[in-house]
Structures are given as structure tokens and as C-alpha cells.
Design a binder for this molecule. Structure first.
Ligand code: TXA
Ligand code: MG
Length: 338
């Protein structure tokens, strides 16, 4: 398969780790592993008991479906009952990569994966350790992001350990994730493809591959609970601001006795604002995606009450960054009123 040509060699110690991870998965345990987007918390996608354990550890309602990760697009036919032409085109062009295709489920897909629905989310990740694990396991690995339900997704092994601790049997450390925000989810179950979640594959790339725009789902035909407003939130209040209002918002929060931090692409945007912490500015929008979750965790580690964020323009991967920032902001608005 041409995809395998890109694989980096895995060292002997790495291959012992992969063997250990495969053994954990085969006995129904949980393995956290790196992908190019965020770390996943993996379980054997055909083992119902392992999947129930996965939901318990994540603290996630059983009705929320999980993505099945595959070693290559050759697995599509085992896991999907039908693959429309446009879905096939996307798989050929974007896999391995940060794209999840929602397709009609095949008979091997357990209810625990689909949350009881009729579709399954499939993805071939583009990360050497993930690919080696999938190849060695020789089956589907169901994996949500390796964080407790509603919390910030992990982009390092340390962040997985902090969040899930001893509840994970094994963590494969592949260093920081290259993309930093989750995969783009495209629903391919209806007459028209729709985007359920913006992510690592940009809307422009989808257009380039298909020759037409893919609209965003309005009333999701298929449930994608990761699209709840209450996701991806740190403890600190996240507030999105224009650069002109930054100083005034900082002063208002400080006046109420809050510890305030700032995150923006352009370090000059801070202007005269008086704040407790200025988080390191990302270099560009791709870097913003890469460091976003680490910065949200940092806001908590520095015990900030409020993080004022000047969002990037919603172009390219900036769309996913803005989407996650809006959810982080919405989550805390909800919890403050409840
Ligand atoms: O980049 C990613 O997608 C990461 C890495 C680990 O692959 N995974 C991830 O998984 O973000 P999770 O579970 O945190 O978010 C997956 C989202 C959820 O919102 C889930 O509801 C949605 O995908 N999803 C999964 N299967 C689906 C399906 N059959 N129909 C609709 N939405 C689905
Ligand atoms: Mg998640």
C-alpha cells in the first residue's frame, strides 16, 4: 500500500512497547496513544466490555459514539456497510490524516461504538506510533480523545497522565501532537455530505478534493455530541475579545478581583492592557492550533480566573481553532448560570 511508504522505522524498544500495547488491547484494556491531532484513549473496537470500561473511565454518556481508527483505507469495507463515491474520494485524498468519515455501520460494529445509532465514524490517523499500533493490532481501535468528558483534549502524554492517571493501562508517548486540534468530521450518510465538526482537514481542502463546498450540518442528522457547546473547556473562564476591547475587559475583570491572562497571535495586541499573565503567542494559525490546548491547560496551571483570547481569523485550520475557543467560552458561561 502506498501509505506505508511514509512510515518511519520503529526502534526495538518502541516495538516492545507496541507489543505491550497490543497485549493490553487484546485483553480488553485501555491504551492511550498519540495521533497527529490529539491523544486518543483506545480500546478494541469489537470488545463490548472494553468499550463499556472506556466510557466509564472517560465519564462519557454511552449514547455518544466513538471514532474507530484503522490502519488503512482497506479496512473501510469491513466497518462500513456502504461507501459513497465522495467518501471514497476523501479517504483516498486525505487518509492517513485528520479526517473522520461518518458512514453507515457494518454488522461487525458493536452498539457500544455507535451509541446505538446506525452510523460509524472511521479514521486512519497519520502518526507513526499510531500507525504501527494499528498495524500490529490488526483491527479497529475505538478511541475518543484521552481526556475526561468535557475537558480539554490532551496533546502530550503528560497531559493524558494528568487527566486519566492510573485509569489507563498504558500510555504510548509520541511527543506533542503535530496538528493539535481534532479531526474534521464529515457525515457521509445522507444525500449530501455535511461537516459535523471543523478540524485538521480544512474546508478548502475538502472543496479541492470534491470540487464543491461541503456545508456545515445545521440540524445534525447524526448525533455528534463533541459538538455540544460545553466541550473543550478549562476551569478558567475563556472570553473571546477583539483586540480593541482587550484593555477594557482586562480592567473590568481585574476590578472584580479576577486573575486575568491573555492569549493572542499578535503580541502587540495586548497594548496597554494590565494583566497577570501573557501566554506565549502562537507564531501563526497552524501554531495556534498546535498549542491551543496546552495554553488552555496553562491558564489553569497558572490559576487564572479568566483567559482573554483574541481569536485568529477563521480561515484554514483557524476555523477549528475558533470553533474550539467558542465551545470553551460557552462551557463556562453555562456552568456559571447553572
Ligand atoms: O482527532 C480526533 O478525531 C480524535 C483522535 C483521537 O482521533 N478523536 C476525537 O474523538 O476527537 P472524540 O470522541 O473526542 O470526538 C469524536 C466526535 C464526537 O463528537 C462524537 O460524537 C463524534 O465524533 N462521532 C463519532 N462517531 C460518530 C458517528 N457515528 N456519528 C456522528 N458523530 C460521531
Ligand atoms: Mg473529545
Amino acid at each position: 500500500m502506498p501509505q506505508w511508504g511514509k512510515m518511519e522505522p520503529v526502534s526495538p524498544s518502541r516495538s516492545a512497547e507496541i507489543d505491550a500495547a497490543v497485549a493490553v488491547l487484546r485483553r480488553g484494556g485501555l491504551v492511550a496513544f498519540p495521533t497527529e491531532t490529539v491523544y486518543g484513549l483506545g480500546a478494541d473496537a469489537t470488545n463490548a466490555a472494553a468499550l463499556r470500561h472506556l466510557y466509564d473511565v472517560k465519564g462519557r454518556p454511552r449514547s455518544h459514539p466513538v471514532i474507530v481508527h484503522l490502519a488503512s483505507a482497506a479496512g473501510l469495507h469491513a466497518w462500513a456497510a456502504r461507501v459513497p463515491d465522495d467518501a471514497r474520494r476523501l479517504a483516498d485524498a486525505c487518509w492517513p490524516g485528520p479526517l473522520t468519515l461518518v458512514l453507515p455501520r457494518s454488522s461487525i460494529v458493536p452498539d457500544e461504538v455507535t451509541g446505538g445509532g446506525e452510523s460509524v465514524g472511521l479514521r486512519v490517523p497519520d502518526q507513526p506510533l499510531a500507525r504501527e499500533l494499528l498495524r500490529a493490532f490488526d483491527g479497529g481501535i475505538a478511541a475518543p480523545s484521552a481526556n475526561r468528558f468535557g475537558r480539554v483534549s490532551p496533546t502530550t502524554a503528560a497531559a493524558v497522565r494528568d487527566d486519566l492517571g492510573a485509569d489507563v493501562d498504558l500510555i504510548l508517548d509520541g511527543g506533542p501532537c503535530r496538528i493539535g486540534v481534532e479531526s474534521t468530521i464529515v457525515d457521509c450518510t445522507g444525500d449530501e455530505l455535511t461537516i459535523l465538526r471543523p478540524g485538521g482537514v480544512t474546508a478548502g481542502r475538502l472543496r479541492e478534493v470534491l470540487g464543491h463546498d461541503v456545508p456545515h450540518a445545521t440540524a445534525p442528522r447524526t448525533r455528534a455530541p463533541g459538538t455540544l457547546p460545553s466541550h473543550y473547556a478549562p476551569r478558567a473562564l475563556v472570553e473571546l475579545v477583539d483586540r480593541d476591547e482587550l484593555a477594557a475587559r482586562a480592567a473590568a475583570h481585574a476590578g472584580d478581583g479576577r486573575r486575568v491572562g491573555v492569549l493572542c497571535l499578535d503580541p502587540a495586541a495586548k497594548g496597554d492592557a494590565v494583566v497577570d499573565a501573557v501566554l506565549d503567542s502562537p507564531r501563526d494559525v497552524d501554531d495556534f492550533a498546535r498549542v491551543l490546548y496546552a495554553r488552555l491547560r496553562e491558564a489553569d496551571a497558572r490559576q487564572l480566573d479568566v483567559l482573554l483570547v483574541v481569536p485568529p481569523a477563521p480561515n484554514g485550520v483557524g476555523e477549528a481553532v475558533v470553533d474550539r475557543l467558542q465551545r470553551a467560552a460557552a462551557a463556562r458561561r453555562e456552568s456559571r448560570v447553572s
